[in-house]
Each structure stands twice: as C-alpha cells, then as structure tokens.
Write a protein of this length. Sequence first.
Length: 339
Amino acid sequence: MMQPLLRGLTLIMAFGLLPALAVAEVKTVRDWTGDCDDDLACTATASGAGGMVMGGTGYQLRFSRAQGDMSQWSMRFFLKHVPQPKADGEMAISVDGGAAFSFHEEYGYLRDADGITFGLGGGKDLDKLFAAVKKGRKLELSYETPDGKAQKESFSLSGLAAILLWIDEQQDRVGKSSEISSPPGVEGEASFTAPKEIRGKIEARIKFDCEPPVPNRPDIESYRLPGGYALHVAPCFAGAYNFTQLYFFQRRDDLQLIYFADYYDGWSGTNQLFNSDFDPKTGRLGAFYKGRGVGDCGSIGQWVWSDTSFKLVEFSAWPDCDNGKGSDDWPIVYKRQAK
C-alpha cells in the first residue's frame, strides 16, 4: 500500500521490477552524452564549442526527462563562470542559421536558484525549437550581458537525435512522447525563509481558514520555483491521522492561495491538501487523504509544477470505507494523457 506521503516524491513514476535492476550505462554519440540514474531519470548533455575547463567552467546544453509516461523533456543551459545575461534581457536561439527564437526572462527563460542555470519555457516557440533542434546540426545562443556586451556560444547537435532515441529506449518511450515543457524543478538551494511581510499575509490566511489552530504548528516552508517565483507551504488542520496544508504562489510581491481539483464522491475544488509533500527539485506534489486511520479508503492526487501552476497528473479515489482496500487498487478517476 502506498505510504501516506513520500518525502522527496519525484516526477519519476514507479518503474516496476525488472529481472535485473541494472543502471543504464552512459552512452556517447559524437558530441552528445546520455546518462540515466538508478530511477531512469535521464539527461542528454553537450558542452559549448569553447569546451569546458577547470571546475566545469563554460557552457553546457542539457535535455532531461524523468521516467514515467507523463513526464516531458526539459531544456536547460548552464552558464558557469561565464558572462551572464542581463536582468530582464533576451535569449536568442537559432538552429543552422535560421530565424532566431526569442525567449525573455519575464516569460520564456527561467533563471534558477543557483544563478547559472537557465531553463526554457514558452509554449509554441519551445515546441518549434525542439523540433528544429532534433533535426539540426548547430545551435547558437546569444544574449546581452549586464554591461551591454553581446555574448554568443554555439553547440553541436551532432549525435543528439541518437542520444534522445537511446533515452527513449531506456525509458520504454520509443514513439510514445516527444513533448517538451518548462523545467518543473530548480537547480541550486531551493529552500529559503520567506520575508516577514509575506509570512504575515500567510499567517492571516491561516487564521481565516484553519481554526482551531494546530498545536505546536510546524513552520511555514518556502521554496524557490523556476523563473524567480516562490511557493509557500503552510500547515493548516491537524487531526488524528490527517493533516492539511495551504499552498501559496508568490510572483514578486503578489501572493495567491492555490486551489486544487479534488475528488471523493465527485469532483470539487479545495484550497487544502491532505498529508501533502512537495519536492522542489522535481516540481512533484503528492497528497493522500485517509478516509480512516488504516488508510484503506480515501484519495490520492499527484501534480507537477508547470510554468506558473500545478498541473494534475493523476488522481485515484476509493470512498467505500466499509469495503476498504489497498491504495494501489483504488480506481484512477483521472490520468493525464501524453500526446
């Protein structure tokens, strides 16, 4: 039976038991290297034309995808100890000398918590860029530095298509999905302490929604999100075997309480998740409502962070506590369909 809450719950769905749980080997094809970890979360990586020097200094381009039918590719540039893009600037990306795709920091490229990682988002432009990259020979990245200088770096695409196919094979995804989206999690230290003003607004909402107050209530947890946003998780209700949390999305000084889809005997909405847990490294959020203490009835929801909201990935429910059964056997009432 699924545990109430899996600390560090990730985008990586259960891979299942294979005859031999061997780690996929690293594979290199021309200028690209593929690598998968024990859970078959995989990356395809290439260095910029200038190469990498001591301490990993230089440019890197990386495509990543976690295991699971609902996971999507993400695209990131790593700019370590090299001139950085100016704030609110533009990243222009072209393939084989074609028209440049323009990504802006306000919405398009996402500067991570480590300050050197830049993930790409941006809807249709990202889809078109990915399609061009998989067929291309060379990608060029250009941007303006804070002192107004033009900065460029190029990346060979030779071998990328073969490595992406190899990853498809490792994850049993050949022909099943080529979707790309903005990175759901962040690189670097994600946890931080929210400013006093933000904490005050959250405390006010807790008093409004969460009476009676939780005894010995845990502190508010705050996490950085891709794009310079933030997520705040506040404890709300505490019972014998269920605990609830409120989730707040912060964009600059704007703070919004997040509402989630909920299902028990039918669909509804809620601003409180039961026994939930968020992993800022993967953007994965899970919640488990127990209809009774043994946890053989209730509901389980799984979401993933995408752009500026949580997207529901899967929801299962079993409201019949008189005929309880293990959560692995609960009917799935919603499952996101991969394209």
